[in-house]
Design a protein around this ligand. Structure first.
Ligand code: TXA
Ligand code: MG
Length: 329
C-alpha cells in the first residue's frame, strides 16, 4: 500500500501497469483495480484476481474525451456532448468498440465502455500510463465495492501488485452507465450522475428498474414506499423474525429511526443517512453494508430512499443486493 501523495507513488503504480501488473487506485466513485487496457494478458490477470466471470466486460478509464478515438469508433456527437457535460465524472458511456481494444476487455462483444474519473490520483495514474486503463471495482467478484484503501487490501491484498491510498472516495456508488449503441439510449446501471441530469441531454433515455438479484447470502429485504408504511411493514417483519429466534437488522434513515424504538435492543438498527441527503447516503452505503455484514445477521430489513437524484442509485444498489423487494401499501 502506497500513500498516493508520496513522491513517486503514482509513477511507481503506472510503471507496474505498463509492465503488465495490477494497481488499485481511488476514483471519485469507488476504488478500482486497473491493468493496461491494451494488454490482454494483464486484463486476464485482472479477471483472475477478482474471480470475475469472463462474460462481464470491463470499463476503460481515460484522461478525457481526447482518448475516446483510441478505444471507440463511430463516436456519435451525443457522446461528445455528454462527455463535455459530465467528464471528468461518474458517467460511463457504452460505444462501438474500437479496433485495437482486446477481446477480453469487451468480453468478446462489439461495444466498449469508457469513462473519465474525476479524481486527481486516477487522472494522474492514467496520464502516467499513457493509455486507457481497464479497471473494475477493487472487490472480489460478488462483493461490495470498496470506498477505502483498507477495504481493497482486505478484498484483493495478495492478488494485486500495489494499492494507491487516496483516502475515502467521495461519491460512494459506482458510475452511471449509458448505452449509446441502442436506440433509444438506455441506462444500464444507475449511479453517480442522476438520470434527471442525463435527460436534459437525452430526453428519450430508457431506465428499467433492477430486479432483486438475491446476492450477498440472500439476507437483505428491501421495503419501498411511503416512509410510515415502510416502517410499519419493517416493524411487523422484524417482530415476526425475532420471535422465530433470528438475528434481525434494520437499515433506516435518520428521519425514520425513531419509528423503530419499540423493537427494543434485540434488533440492530443502523442509519444509512438522511432522506434529505441522498449524496451522504451514497457515500455511506457500502461502508454501512460492510458493517452489517460483519455482524452476521440472519435478515436485514432495509428502507428504500426517495427516488430522486442519487436516491435512485442508492435504492437500486439495495435492490440488486436484495433477495426480495417489497412495496409497502
Ligand atoms: O464507478 C465505476 O464505474 C467503478 C470505478 C472503479 O470506475 N467501476 C466499476 O467497474 O464499477 P465494475 O467492473 O465493477 O462494473 C462495470 C460494469 C459491469 O456491470 C459491466 O458489465 C459493465 O460495467 N460494462 C462494462 N463494459 C460494458 C459494455 N461494453 N457494455 C455494457 N456494460 C458494460
Ligand atoms: Mg463492481
Amino acid at each position: 500500500m502506497l500513500g498516493a501523495a508520496e513522491p513517486g507513488a503514482v509513477e511507481r503504480a503506472a510503471a507496474i501497469i505498463r509492465g503488465g501488473g495490477l494497481a488499485a487506485f481511488p476514483t471519485e466513485t469507488v476504488y478500482g483495480v486497473g491493468a493496461d487496457g491494451f494488454d490482454a494478458a494483464a486484463v486476464a490477470r485482472l479477471y483472475r484476481a477478482k474471480g470475475r466471470a469472463p462474460d462481464k466486460p470491463i470499463i476503460l478509464h481515460l484522461t478525457g474525451m481526447e482518448m475516446l478515438a483510441e478505444v471507440a469508433r463511430d463516436v456519435p456527437p451525443i457522446a461528445h456532448a455528454l462527455a463535455g457535460a459530465f467528464w471528468p465524472g461518474p458517467l460511463t458511456l457504452v460505444l462501438p468498440r474500437g479496433r485495437h481494444v482486446p477481446d477480453i476487455v469487451a468480453a468478446g462483444g462489439d461495444t466498449v465502455a469508457a469513462r473519465c474519473p474525476a479524481h486527481p490520483v486516477a487522472l494522474a495514474l492514467i496520464g502516467a500510463v499513457g493509455r486507457a486503463v481497464a479497471a473494475t471495482s477493487a472487490n472480489r467478484s460478488g462483493g461490495l465495492s470498496p470506498t477505502r484503501a483498507e477495504e481493497v487490501l482486505e478484498e484483493l491484498g495478495g492478488a494485486i501488485d500495489v494499492i494507491l491510498d487516496g483516502g475515502p472516495t467521495g461519491v460512494g456508488v459506482e458510475s452511471t452507465i449509458v448505452d449509446l449503441t441502442v436506440t433509444p439510449p438506455e441506462v444500464l446501471r444507475l449511479g453517480g450522475v442522476p438520470v434527471e441530469q442525463l435527460r436534459e441531454h437525452l430526453p428519450d433515455l430508457v431506465v428499467r428498474p433492477s430486479p432483486a438479484a438475491g446476492v450477498r447470502g440472500g439476507r437483505l429485504v428491501l421495503v419501498e414506499g411511503e416512509p410510515e408504511r415502510v416502517a410499519a411493514e419493517i416493524r411487523r417483519r422484524a417482530r415476526e423474525l425475532a420471535a422465530r429466534g433470528l438475528r434481525v437488522g434494520v437499515l433506516a434513515t435518520a428521519e425514520t429511526l425513531p419509528l423503530y424504538d419499540e423493537l427494543g435492543a434485540g434488533v440492530v438498527r443502523q442509519v444509512l443517512g438522511s432522506r434529505r441527503d441522498p449524496e451522504g447516503a451514497g457515500r455511506a452505503l457500502f461502508g454501512v453494508l460492510r458493517a452489517l455484514e460483519r455482524l452476521g445477521l440472519d435478515v436485514i430489513l432495509a428502507e428504500g430512499l426517495p427516488q430522486v437524484g442519487l436516491g435512485a442509485a442508492v435504492t437500486d444498489r439495495l435492490r440488486r443486493a436484495a433477495r426480495e423487494v417489497v412495496v409497502a401499501g
